[in-house]
Design a protein around this ligand. Structure first.
Ligand code: GAR
Length: 220
């Protein structure tokens, strides 16, 4: 049985998707938030999952916060730490402590749009596809080895809210899948730091948007 600690800062819908997945061989040992008012804490507590707060505001600096956070996490001896909408930048020491067992989800097709406001920036850039990425965390922000990505179309009438909702629905599909692969020991890091999925099912083609048209553009 693998033990998982999930870190949140707010709503916690990705945490919920992982809990709901009831991944065989995995136990959610705790949910930890850096904000006492994080909505997701209620969901965890209602399901009997220890819900712990390490309030970043109670610490003078990042190192002290990171140390307290690591102490809280290590109390549950996790095999895997999952960042699920955890909105604090973690120091190198923290990241290296959990190297190879720290996953994050980011609402863009990394390496495009690291950082904040990804949906607004995708709309401003005029990209036709957008998406979400689950990756191992390394010291450089939003830059670690990619485990899985989901692509969504960007429509002409999208605003930040519609695009975020379309991406979030895919986040809820790919994050439980990535965690399941980790729990099943299917993730290996290959040459150049790329993630290799053991016994991977091959993709059967490209995902193109707008779709290709067999006989040229549609006539009006
Ligand atoms: C999600 O969209 C997640 O990808 C994003 O915050 C949201 C949290 O939602 N994370 C980041 O932007 C991290 N850089 P949730 O609390 O409902 O899971």
């Amino acid at each position: 049985m693998k033990s998982i600690v999930i870190l949140i800062s707010g709503r916690g819908s990705n945490m919920e998707s992982i809990v709901h997945a009831a991944i065989p061989g995995a136990r959610i040992a705790a949910v930890v938030s850096n904000r006492p008012d994080a909505q997701g804490l209620e969901f965890a507590a209602a399901r009997g999952i220890p819900a712990v707060v390490v309030d970043h505001k109670a610490f003078s600096g990042r190192e002290a916060f990171d140390a307290a956070l690591a102490e809280a996490i290590d109390g549950f001896s996790p095999d895997l730490v999952v960042l699920a909408g955890f909105m604090r930048i973690l120091g190198d020491g923290f990241v290296l402590r959990y190297a190879g067992r720290l996953l994050n989800i980011h609402p863009s097709l990394l390496p495009a749009f690291p950082g904040l406001d990804t949906h607004r920036r995708a709309l401003e850039a005029g990209v036709r596809v957008h998406g979400a990425t689950v990756h191992f965390v390394t010291p450089t922000l939003d830059c670690g080895p990619v485990v899985i990505q989901a692509v969504v179309p960007v429509f002409a009438d999208d605003d930040e809210a519609t695009l975020a909702a379309r991406v979030l629905a895919e986040e809820h599909r790919i994050y439980p899948q990535a965690v399941r692969w980790f729990v099943d020991d299917r993730l290996a890091t290959g040459a150049g730091g790329r993630v290799r999925l053991l016994d991977e099912t091959p993709c059967d083609g490209a995902w193109i948007c707008p779709p290709l048209e067999a006989a040229g553009p549609v006539q009006g």
